[in-house]
Write a protein that binds this ligand. Structure first.
Ligand SMILES: [Cu+2]
Length: 68
């Protein structure tokens, strides 16, 4: 299991953070995610054999935010 921190741009309220959390937590291989709206970042625990950082950032970008 790997811990990953992502910076997220484009969130304008707490609901944005919750929406990202809900989406990413449903991805196969994601063990946990916490999105910090004020800190503009996400902390994710993932199984590297099942999901890549690229897949997660792409999913977040499809919601209309920028993740890197
Ligand atoms: Cu919002």
């Amino acid at each position: 299991m790997k811990k990953l921190e992502l910076a997220i741009e484009g969130m304008h309220c707490g609901a944005c953070a919750t929406g990202i959390q809900m989406l990413v937590s449903q991805l196969d291989g994601v063990q946990s995610i916490f999105v910090d709206y004020k800190g503009k970042k996400a902390t994710i625990e993932l199984d590297q054999d099942k999901v890549t950082k690229e897949h997660i950032t792409k999913s977040i970008e499809e919601l209309g935010y920028k993740a890197f």
